[in-house]
Design a protein around this ligand. Structure first.
Ligand code: FAD
Length: 335
């Protein structure tokens, strides 16, 4: 099912989603699948997995396991950096044959720089256009939106985009939507007023699709500084003031991160926005604590059996192809 249809199914209902990234080791993947399984018991509308251009097969494999073993509606990110079109089509065909219907279409950066290969796509707009031209309406397409403008146009000295750059970013976002995207997922932010202004500015230029706020709980101080530095995110003065005295106390930082994200989500919900996307950074506690605080889940300790685990004598090893997994699906997600 398309994520957009899930979101629009009952516009009064608050829904949430979790984002994960592909771990670097096999053990990491195993742990992540177990964690996802526990988190999916709380009924997210969907979960997504980021695209790592340097290990595309891993993202494809995890996406397949999410959809067909964890049994959660899965959105796979797909970037066009450093990707020939036939690799992009291979990825799209693979997820289509594995029953996924959702893609987050991105330009991507390879080693922090976009690499435009000959004959490849130059931007997410090209990818959206290609997906619609080749696959018709099969996929629900999400695109990235930047409440503070894309980091490339945020100036180093004042941390701001010029009004012209911000407007041109918005106009470009509209082109992505006009080309066939049906949902916008935002870059992380910590100032909800910036997000509300962005939504309003999008509506002013005729973008009507849902805009889902991306919320990244602060899990530790160093990670927060690194991410906000990379994304050139504005940090409200009260957040800096709250973090400064506790920055060496990991527990206190995490507790503050939960408090702050809960506050942000409450403001967003009060504004009438009914979908919350949590960048989990593959961690469980903060995301679930925030949802508990918001009254969106009942018991953070719920755990359920792991239906995707095969009996030990099943004979399949990690590393099997996604087609094999589908053909030997131990669960029936539709029941
Ligand atoms: P685009 O939409 O193509 O555009 C980026 C910016 O370039 C625009 O905002 C605009 O300012 C400018 N631009 C491009 N083309 C034009 C044009 N024709 N006219 C005018 N302006 C133009 N990276 C990964 O590698 N893997 C991931 O899984 C991943 N997931 C992400 C998820 C989200 C929600 C977000 C916000 C980012 C994610 N990224 C990921 C990072 C993303 O790839 C980078 O931010 C990248 O620099 C831009 O990708 P984009 O799809 O926004 O690019």
């Amino acid at each position: 099912m398309k994520v957009i249809d899930k979101i629009l199914e009952d516009e009064k209902k608050v829904v949430f989603s979790f984002e994960f990234f592909p771990p670097r080791t096999e053990d990491g993947v195993e742990n992540l699948l177990e964690r996802m399984d526990r988190m999916v018991a709380h009924n997210p509308a969907f979960c997504d997995i980021t695209w790592r251009a340097s290990n595309a097969d891993l993202t494809l494999d995890i996406a397949n396991k999410m959809q067909n073993m964890i049994c959660v509606e899965t959105m796979m990110h797909l970037t066009c950096t450093n990707m020939p079109v036939d690799m992009i089509d291979h990825a799209l065909q693979t997820i289509k044959s594995n029953g996924l219907q959702n893609v987050l279409a991105l330009r991507g950066d390879y080693d922090s720089k976009f690499v435009h290969i000959q004959g490849g796509f130059a931007c997410a707009l090209d990818l959206v256009t290609h997906i619609r031209a080749t696959y018709g309406d099969y996929f629900g397409i999400t695109v990235a939106g930047y409440p503070e403008a894309h980091p490339d146009v945020i100036e180093e000295d004042n941390g701001l985009a010029t009004p012209e750059s911000y407007q041109s970013d918005l106009a470009y976002l509209k082109r992505k939507v006009d080309a066939g995207a049906d949902l916008i997922l935002t870059q992380l932010f910590y100032d909800t007023d910036i997000f509300f202004k962005f939504v309003n500015d999008c509506r002013q230029i005729g973008i009507t699709c849902p805009i889902v706020p991306g919320i990244m709980p602060i899990n530790n101080y160093k990670g927060f500084i690194r991410m906000t530095g990379l994304c050139k995110t504005r940090i409200p003065a009260q957040v800096t003031a709250a973090l400064e005295p506790i920055k060496d106390n990991e527990e206190a930082v995490r507790a503050y991160g939960i408090h702050l994200a809960t506050e942000m989500c409450n403001k967003i919900l009060a504004h009438g926005i009914r979908t919350l996307h949590l960048y989990t950074m593959n961690m469980e506690k903060s995301a679930l604590a925030i949802l508990m605080n918001l009254g969106l889940i009942e018991d953070a300790k719920i755990s359920r059996p792991l239906p995707w685990r095969r009996p030990a004598n099943n004979g399949k090893e990690d590393g099997e192809s996604s087609q094999q997994i589908k053909g030997d699906n131990p669960t029936n997600c539709s029941t």
